[in-house]
Design a protein around this ligand. Structure first.
Ligand SMILES: Nc1nc2c(c(=O)[nH]1)N[C@H]1C(S)=C(S)[C@@H](COP(=O)(O)OP(=O)(O)OC[C@H]3O[C@@H](n4cnc5c(N)ncnc54)[C@H](O)[C@@H]3O)O[C@H]1N2
Ligand code: MOO
Length: 391
């Protein structure tokens, strides 16, 4: 390891050295969670016609104003039909929600406010009416060409609806980095296998996958390598040819079989940093370059803390987003006796942060229910404002 740097310095290095991704066109129905690279604009006025907002009748308001309360029904305007017109302003037309307002009409009366007898609509004595009533005027929401969803928006349900409404079946979004996750370790076996007493099941790939894929921040491939120089070297070389970013877990501390730092040194040289004054996650290392490589300490709590504090913000930065953590008060006192600042597993609930510190960085079962981490400098009383990083 190298002399420890601060959390802030490590973050600055990562954010400044990772590349920004370009953009690509994808099917709009694949764009959920992706960051928009070209704005979605209105292809015509919205609404594109005076839209009837209630089922009822459409009248000429002047007739109502001059005292008329009985209107012969001269026709029906259904949604999806080209507009018909009101020839005689002392009659009315039946209209349906979503229909074009018939020409010659400027007021809609709800069906609840009329009684129809023998083809005549009788308005109730208390029937409200005014010019423009229950009409959604053409162009009142947006002009043609107006930006409806700006560059940088994350596509969710409303944005998907807006894109469809203007005929954008394809959207331009920032590319997802291809991430190769290299997990390491002889003791960790696939989850579906039965471990020997000296083995455990691998859990990093599902955790990291859930975090990255859940936020639509990257396209993740995982390979697992045993603790040998050759296997690690081959995996890294392969990743350097195909990936935009390599993440590793484990093998980055001081053990005899911790090969990540020596193999990387032989391949590309010294890391920009190796060691952060923090707990957990102290041995995190970073090699910038054409294919940046980030080595996460193998302890499961360290992996998740480093994902929340560094990797997810860095991936957001790679899609051009200037993401900042939100600040919340601590729900309860948190004791923190470590010599370094803490990245403490926490649950965000009721607008405050409920810290749930694990017993040590191998205590992954203590993470259940946690939604991210908060950053603490020292023991802190309830109410202290802390930065919260979701995973
Ligand atoms: N002499 C020192 N020893 C250690 C130091 C130190 O400064 N001096 N740092 C400690 C800290 S802090 C950490 S964190 C760990 C990090 O070690 P590594 O990155 O080398 O990780 P490993 O030793 O490979 O694994 C640690 C732990 O995590 C388990 N593990 C690994 N991969 C997986 C996986 N895919 N799924 C589930 N669990 C996994 C592994 O079995 C180990 O128990 O080093 C300390 N040592
Ligand atoms: O820094 Mo390590 O991640 O404490 O266990």
């Amino acid at each position: 390891m190298q002399p420890l740097i601060s959390i802030h310095e490590a973050e600055k290095h990562l954010l400044s050295k990772l590349p920004t991704m370009g953009s690509e066109e994808i099917d709009a129905d694949q764009a959920l969670g992706r960051r928009l690279a070209v704005a979605i604009t209105a292809d015509r006025a919205i609404p594109p016609y005076h839209r009837v907002m209630m089922d009822g009748i459409a009248i000429a308001y002047d007739s109502f104003a001059s005292g008329l309360r009985e209107f012969a029904i001269a026709g029906t305007q259904a949604a999806g039909q080209a507009p018909i017109s009101l020839k005689n302003p002392e009659t009315c037309l039946e209209v349906m929600t979503g229909a074009v307002l018939p020409e010659g009409c400027d007021c809609v009366i709800k069906v609840e406010d009329i009684r129809v007898e023998n083809g005549i609509a009788h308005l109730s004595p208390t029937c409200p009416a005014q010019a423009g009533q229950h009409i959604h005027p053409m162009g009142s929401d947006s002009d043609t060409g107006a930006v409806l969803v700006p560059v940088g928006a994350i596509i969710g349900a409303p944005e998907a609806a807006i894109a469809a409404s203007v005929g954008q079946t394809e959207l331009s979004v920032f590319k997802l980095p291809k991430i190769l996750l290299i997990t390491t370790g002889d003791e960790v076996i696939p989850p579906a296998e039965s471990p020997q007493p000296h083995q455990i099941r691998r859990s990093h790939a599902p955790a990291i996958g859930a975090s990255i894929t859940g936020h639509r921040l990257g396209c993740l491939e995982n390979i697992h390598v045993p603790d040998t120089l050759d296997a690690l070297n081959a995996a890294l070389q392969q990743g350097m040819e195909t990936a935009d970013l390599i993440l590793l877990t484990g093998g980055i501390s001081m053990g005899k079989f911790d090969y990540v730092a020596p193999v990387m040194k032989a391949l590309v040289g010294d890391p920009l940093f190796h060691g952060i004054a923090q707990r957990p996650g102290k041995p995190l290392a970073f090699w910038p370059g054409e294919t940046p490589v980030i080595a996460l300490p193998g302890n499961p709590v360290s992996v998740m803390a480093c994902m929340a504090r560094y990797i997810l913000p860095a991936l957001r930065n790679m899609r051009g987003e200037s993401w900042q953590p939100s600040t919340y008060p601590l729900a309860k006192d948190v004791r923190w006796n470590a010599p370094f600042p803490g990245l403490v597993a926490s649950q965000l609930a009721g607008n405050s942060v409920h810290a749930q510190p694990p017993r040590n960085s191998g205590d992954y079962t203590a993470l259940a229910g946690a939604s991210g981490i908060c950053e603490l400098a020292a023991t802190s009383p309830a109410g202290t404002l802390v930065h919260y990083y979701p995973w």
